[in-house]
Design a binder for this molecule. Sequence first.
Ligand SMILES: Nc1ncnc2c1ncn2[C@@H]1O[C@H](COP(=O)(O)OP(=O)(O)O)[C@@H](O)[C@H]1O
Ligand SMILES: O=C(CO)[C@@H](O)[C@H](O)COP(=O)(O)O
Length: 481
Amino acid sequence: MSAAEGPLVVGVDTSTQSTKALVVDVATGEVVASGQAPHTVSSGAGRESDPRQWWDALREALHQCGDAAREAAAVSVAGQQHGLVTLDAQGAPVRPALLWNDVRSAPQARRLVEELGGPKAWAERTGSVPGPSITVTKWAWLAEHEPESVRATTAVRLPHDYLTELLTGQGTTDRGDASGTGWWASGTEAYDEEVLGHVGLDPTLLPRVVRPGEVVGTVRDSAGLPFAKGTLVAPGTGDNAAAALGLGLRPGTAVLSLGTSGTVYAVSTRRPADPTGTVAGFADARGDWLPLACTLNCTLAVDRVAALLGIDREAVEPGASVTLLPYLDGERTPALPHASGLLHGLRHDTTAGQLLQAAYDGAVHSLLGALDLVLDEDADRSAPLLLIGGGARGRAWQQTVRRLSGRAVQVPEAKELVALGAAAQAAGVLTGEDPAAVARRWNTARGPVLEVGERDEAALARIAGVISDAAPLLEREADQR
Ligand SMILES: Nc1ncnc2c1ncn2[C@@H]1O[C@H](COP(=O)(O)OP(=O)(O)O)[C@@H](O)[C@H]1O
Ligand SMILES: O=C(CO)[C@@H](O)[C@H](O)COP(=O)(O)O
């Protein structure tokens, strides 16, 4: 037996690059065991992963947790948002999942926006103007390009739903993750039958949307995982909504998450509806809202630039007037799905370290542009930004965010806030507590604060100028290059 004070729970984060599992003491928030196993994502035109890998990675991550996982009384799975998982009558994937950062459905997104009333109508209806990340556009792409896959599909799931169903045998999802599909109406909090009819998706193929705090089932014996009989399963949610739980986030505090995706978000009590499409009007996992902007190019893109230059990711140098837009995967914020990376202002005396700093600046610029938009008007804009995700460990990321935001930056010591949020949700179904209150009790946001500095307006203006001047290049579709 572990020396934990309270019951134990397991929180899972199945994100783009890996699945992580934490075993957490409900009384103290102490992480008593952890595990992590990688996934692979296809390269080339699309971004796909075989969902069976996520299950194998979950088993491996739990195996690494050892006996502590066997003692867990509840588990919850948080996962990368938006991925389209199509299952056949046996529950097996019909094809690999189309991930959030697959931009092939950009034409379908454009068409759907036009056909169903334009950007404002979509924002009011679903909270978001669908771009290629949003699941409904992926379903429309599949219907057009692989009608045989659509015909073979008897269930449609998101990544966290897929794993939760393998645990419980029940097809369920939650409002946080459902709000990223484009077929969930944020006004009524129900599936939008008109949108579904428009794309030919039968609503009976979708999972039941459970209430926050509902126990969705218990772990099946047949799951073959190291859980005791009767282990409760919590609803789970999308990874950003889980991190908001994991931070015990209150309205008015902004979060910047630096992982495969870059995201900026805040909790709001007001239902968002941004007709420009910059802010996605997601629901959170508790009953509030999570206005969020997301970039496709964050840590992987900057690490790629460092690798190309042959230098360490921390080997940045200041003082350049070079601009690097690191849109290696196309971009979502700004909405440039067909863009590629762009370099401007290179001189004989530009150093490799300056080029790398320019890549950090380009990545952070996109996120900061949306910062004010995700915060309510009455938010305290002098409060520190919370910096999380794998990139938050890096000094170059921390200093870039501090310099370009002109805000104080707080870096929580807790490393895995998505998995911690899932653990807080699992604790909530066990004790009846609000998961965000659990996380506050665990003091998960604790960490050093980098003091406020002067905002680098010159760099911000230079980057904005290049984006604007290069618009025709950045907007050009791949086959026009
Ligand atoms: N010390 C560090 N400094 C900078 N970046 C880091 C550091 N540690 C990890 N990373 C970056 O974090 C990323 C993984 O972050 P994570 O939030 O786990 O991603 P995801 O949840 O999207 O799978 C990797 O791409 C890696 O480049
Ligand atoms: O698409 C979004 C948010 O809308 C992404 O944030 C995904 O949820 C993937 O997250 P990570 O794997 O980068 O954590």
